[in-house]
Design a protein around this ligand. Structure first.
Ligand code: C5P
Length: 222
């Protein structure tokens, strides 16, 4: 039977891009759960504000049943659709990054997204990355990894990732967003960002993406 793998960790430690490569190598499905929280946040910014960038949470909670999230396979890459619109690029904007942790700490939102994450893993053969996969979503995963790296290295990675998407930002703003999100994600009451007791911790500050992938694969192939 193909494995179920949980990858958690701090923002911009490479969780998603690393998980994507491992999924290709081991022929697994890859689910980037952060994209789901970003999708709900994008929806809220479109539909649940009074024209400012302040989300009305009560309005969001009562609108959750209007959200249909779906990943479609485009040549092996899963693209996120919200109510049949491709939002894979919109969810990376700084506006979404600045609001996502507030949205993600709400019980209503986490409950809304939990079921679909779990049901995707029922058949095995999946690698899921996020903040609470090894602790809450898939506590019985076959393998659990927890990624961490220094804040400056993570800032660099996110900065270049955004530049690659054509999104111009400044480095200090990127850094502050990572610090703020990690703080809210770690301190929230429900499903906080923390390593599962049985997770293998990898600090990849000094590792390339390929070295991190090889290290993870060496644990799986043991
Ligand atoms: O992984 P990414 O950085 O795109 O995640 C965006 C945000 O979504 C995180 O900062 C966190 O607030 C939230 N998230 C979460 N639980 C997950 C994945 C992401 O709360 N499993």
């Amino acid at each position: 039977k193909k494995p179920v793998i949980a990858i958690d960790g701090y923002s911009s430690t490479g969780k998603s891009s690393i998980s994507k490569v491992i999924a290709e190598k081991l022929d697994l499905i890859h689910l980037d759960t952060g994209a789901l929280y970003r999708g709900v946040t994008w929806f809220a910014l479109q539909n649940c504000t009074d024209g400012t960038d302040t989300i009305n949470l009560q309005e969001l909670f009562s609108s959750l049943d209007q959200i249909e999230l779906e990943f479609r396979n485009h040549d092996g890459e899963l693209i996120l659709y919200l109510n049949h619109i491709d939002i894979s690029k919109q969810i990376r904007t700084p506006e979404v990054s600045d609001n996502v942790s507030l949205v993600a700490k709400q019980k209503e939102v986490r409950d809304f997204l939990l079921h679909s994450q779990r049901s995707l893993a029922e058949k095995g053969g999946i690698i899921m990355d996020g903040r609470d996969i090894g602790t809450v979503v898939l506590p019985n995963a076959d393998y659990k990894f927890f990624l961490t790296a220094s804040i400056d290295e993570r800032t660099n990675r996110r900065y270049f990732e955004l530049a690659g998407l054509g999104i111009q930002t400044d480095r200090e703003q990127v850094k502050q967003n990572l610090i703020d999100r990690d703080k809210i994600d770690s301190e929230r009451e429900i499903a906080p960002l923390k390593q599962a007791e049985d997770a293998i911790v990898i600090d990849n500050t000094e590792l390339t993406k390929e070295e991190t992938i090889d290290l993870i694969l060496s644990h799986i192939n043991k």
